[in-house]
Design a protein around this ligand. Sequence first.
Ligand SMILES: Cc1cc2nc3c(=O)[nH]c(=O)nc-3n(C[C@H](O)[C@H](O)[C@H](O)COP(=O)(O)O)c2cc1C
Length: 164
Amino acid sequence: MNARPVEASAFKNVMRHYPTGVMVVTSLREGEPRGMTLNAFASVSVEPPTVLVCVNREARSYLYISTSQIFCVNLLGAEQIELAHRFSGKTRERQFEDIGYETAITGAPVLRNSIGYFDCEVVGEHHAGSHSIFIGQVVDCNARSGAPLGYYNGTFHDFGIRVE
Ligand SMILES: Cc1cc2nc3c(=O)[nH]c(=O)nc-3n(C[C@H](O)[C@H](O)[C@H](O)COP(=O)(O)O)c2cc1C
């Protein structure tokens, strides 16, 4: 590899042009739930059903996922913007206070009213720069009809699309 990486500002500037959905990735460690807002998510494989999330190793959630080896990807609906803010680092303690959630098969929280979720067991972790790519095998998933919360150009959006 000869070429040098581009400046972070140039990288971020192009990334702003890429629209994504918004998720809260939850986990559970020693009985304590933790969650973080995330948009670095992708489908990896259908056979077996596998997804990936990219988590900053300095985020508290990193410790929870790497220790417990479980995570649940909660796909936020357009009306759940408040949860996106709550789980983006602003609430340090008692993140789940006053929030309705159920417990997934793995034990991770499934946020009530999210438009879908993938409950996962970690089957791989790869370091890439500041982040770790966690590969998760899906052990349970479900979805409801509704509009997704979107993220584009540094802000949250209702893209005006929905699945019935
Ligand atoms: C829209 C949005 C997308 C984000 N995507 C990611 C991501 O893909 N990976 C990541 O590590 N942090 C991402 N973050 C930042 C984390 O939410 C934030 O650093 C984290 O909640 C702090 O976690 P901690 O309380 O576990 O330390 C994103 C934040 C926002 C608002």
